[in-house]
Design a binder for this molecule. Sequence first.
Ligand SMILES: Cc1cc2nc3c(=O)[nH]c(=O)nc-3n(C[C@H](O)[C@H](O)[C@H](O)COP(=O)(O)OP(=O)(O)OC[C@H]3O[C@@H](n4cnc5c(N)ncnc54)[C@H](O)[C@@H]3O)c2cc1C
Ligand code: FES
Length: 253
Amino acid sequence: MKELVSIVKRVENIAENTYSLTVVLPESAGEIKGGQFLNISTGDNSRLLKRPLGIVKADGNEITVCFQVKGEGTVALSKAKAGDKLSVLLPLGNGFEIPESAKNIVVLGGGVGIFPLLPVVCGNKNKKFYTYLGFRNKNCACLTDEFKVSEKLTVVTDDGSLGKKDNAVNAYFSEIESVSADLIIACGPPVMLRALKLKLKENNVTTPCLVSLEERMGCGIGACLVCVCKKSDGGNARVCKDGPVFDIREVEL
Ligand SMILES: Cc1cc2nc3c(=O)[nH]c(=O)nc-3n(C[C@H](O)[C@H](O)[C@H](O)COP(=O)(O)OP(=O)(O)OC[C@H]3O[C@@H](n4cnc5c(N)ncnc54)[C@H](O)[C@@H]3O)c2cc1C
Ligand code: FES
């Protein structure tokens, strides 16, 4: 893990209220696994706490993240200009550990939860990905072209303005018989991950399932305990350091 001062290369509006930000690092950050994240300063000195964002693309010294504007920090990031300096701490978290034996992988992404899934899909060319992406509506949909490297891509929206009116979890379960998965990976809002956990249980699906969790964070490196989540065995885990990727059956959602 390194703390580096990056230079903003570009900021692009990729969907309603959603931006991609590419920064250039002064040196390589080393190997980055899909699902790992960075902590980035917002460029506004009145907000000292960095914001956690999934690493969408790492290309040499160039790193791209994508984010939805939520509060003051992401508003400030959306206004960053080429040449601005932003401090980054990376790579953080465990990322998705994809076993060699997993050949057919189901990918379930909801909203901004699609971002940490893209490097997994793009970075494992010897696997087949069956990807289901859910967005609120067509104006919120983004990166759908990038996910076309999947063996099969299904895009759905809450209002039916793009693809079927559905969500990613239901879309997968409606055709679960036709997709024989060795592994499921998922990231999305808590309501989506809870629905996924319930459906796996109700349908007696035993396929291994990894989920990337989102918690409010402080330090991002395991020191402040702001991000603690409950484990199914009664213990606790730090989402930033022990996660953000967990076995869905090992965490309380
Ligand atoms: C591991 C991880 C990866 C993430 N990846 C992405 C991503 O790729 N794209 C994306 O759009 N969002 C992602 N998020 C959520 C993103 O970090 C928050 O939306 C963002 O921090 C909100 O900051 P803000 O200042 O705009 O909002 P505010 O609500 O003003 O933030 C106030 C404080 O709360 C913290 N905070 C608020 N919401 C969250 C949250 N959901 N998670 C963590 N801290 C939060 C902020 O860091 C800040 O300290 C990720 C979160 C985590 C934990
Ligand atoms: S954010 Fe500080 S321990 Fe996780």
